[in-house]
Design a protein around this ligand. Structure first.
Ligand code: CMC
Length: 388
């Protein structure tokens, strides 16, 4: 095995060539197809960004309208899918439900695994997945409350429609608050792609066996669930709550995070690639202040989060290891302000990451990448015989 290079966690190994997302960890730069994340978060809609990631260029007005209209035709899910909810235990985690439901789409649309598909056939699967995910996510939420389901309203844009299906019964004449639409748009854009992170690499590697898009994306959802990846957003808010209930002594919790005998980690801190700051965290911190102010919400954990950030950024442990707040540090505070329970945060991350997963899966196929099949360095026994 001498010729095999071992790189645990792929810290220095490129797994693919990609023209989708540019990331400079030293400088804190993130760009989708060449456009800075700051500009997209400010000026684009989530659907435009999805189009940009998947098809490689920003859509013209006409292209965007066609894209929106095509998606609108597929927003319903098969009525039989509702039966799954009766089978899941009533308090099951939304991520477990999401992964199962997305996987099950392949049972309803077997054309997704037909061999030698045309571009149009393949694209239809992409459209269906984009169209159905918000409906699935909203239905999971409604079911968790025991409320009746709200069906898509296709006159709404992608994000408004999702929020309508989620919060539509709040009042008799409920209308989606444009401030919430704009906050959600921004959050989804910031999560839309992040080159070869754990879930995206999973989607690509599963897809590289020529597996269909639904199955590949459900594998990505599984990878995202872990608290070291997308699950961090739920873990952050739970950590902030614990710190608050414990009296708000941030120094004590910083000491715990530094203690190598204590398994506690500062959730929402650190990143494999960003070593100066996470540009998404900068945007989200600002958005968090703006959104809470405009909705008139005073969340005491926001003050704790800010104190924690300040104290950590001046502590040698965090400085030496280049640990900064990442995208998940403030996102949960916004989700909570919008009315989502913490168990639901990672599902929202998945909703945002979907265009990235799709774009990366499509690129992998178009580039005809070989099946992903890493090697290993064997450390076990080699010469054993059975005694009988
Ligand atoms: N709290 C305390 N110490 C930390 C933390 C943290 N959050 N993150 C890293 N360290 C320490 C770690 O103990 C190690 O110290 P030492 O060199 O003394 O052994 C050093 O920093 C390097 O850490 P690592 O675990 O080798 O770094 P990694 O690149 O393998 O892990 C990470 C990156 C994001 C998994 C990790 O920083 C972490 O667990 N952070 C908390 C979870 C989190 O917020 N995840 C979200 C990531 S961003 C969004 C996403 O991908 O979904």
């Amino acid at each position: 095995t001498g010729h095999i290079t071992l790189d645990l966690g792929y810290k220095n190994t490129g797994s693919t060539k990609s023209a989708i997302t540019f990331l400079d960890g030293e400088e804190g730069i993130l760009k989708y197809r060449g456009y800075p994340i700051e500009e997209l978060a400010e000026k684009a809609s989530f659907l435009e960004v999805a189009y940009l990631l998947i098809y490689g260029a920003l859509p013209s007005d006409q292209e965007l309208e066609n894209f929106q209209n095509t998606i609108s035709k597929h927003t319903l899910i098969h009525e039989d899918m509702k039966k799954f909810f009766d089978g899941f235990p009533s308090k099951s985690h939304p991520m477990a439900q999401l992964g199962s439901l997305v996987f099950s789409l392949a049972t309803f649309y077997p054309e997704s695994f037909k061999q030698n598909q045309t571009y149009e056939e393949l694209n239809l699967t992409i459209i269906k997945l984009l169209a159905k995910l918000p409906t699935i996510v909203a239905f999971i939420y409604k079911k968790s409350l025991g409320h009746p389901l709200i069906y898509p309203k296709n006159k709404y844009d992608y994000v408004t429609n999702y929020l309508w299906m989620t919060f539509g019964q709040r009042t008799e004449d409920y209308e989606v608050n444009p401030k919430i639409v704009s906050a959600m748009n921004k959050l989804l854009i910031l999560h839309a792609d992040h080159e070869q992170n754990c879930s995206t690499s999973t989607v690509r590697i599963v897809g590289s066996s020529d597996c269909n898009l639904y199955a590949s994306v459900s594998a990505g959802i599984a990878a995202l669930w872990g608290p070291l990846h997308g699950g961090a957003n739920q873990a952050v808010i739970e950590m902030l709550e614990r710190i608050k209930e414990d009296g708000g002594d941030t120094d004590k919790w910083i000491a715990k995070a530094k203690d190598k005998n204590d398994p506690f980690r500062m959730m929402g801190f650190g990143h494999r690639v960003y070593k100066n700051f996470d540009p998404r965290a900068k945007i989200i911190k600002k958005a968090c202040d703006d959104i809470l102010e405009s909705l008139g919400i005073n969340d005491p954990v926001l003050a704790i989060a800010k104190r924690l950030e300040e104290a950590a950024l001046t502590d040698p442990y965090f400085i030496e290891r280049k640990l900064y707040p990442n995208v998940d540090f403030y996102s949960g505070i916004i989700y909570r302000a919008l009315g989502f329970p913490s168990e639901f945060f990672t599902v929202l991350f998945a909703l945002g990451r979907l265009p990235g997963w799709i774009a990366q899966w499509k690129e992998m196929k178009e580039n005809k990448e070989p099946i992903g099949r890493p090697r290993q360095v064997y450390t076990g026994e080699v010469n054993k015989t059975m005694s009988k």
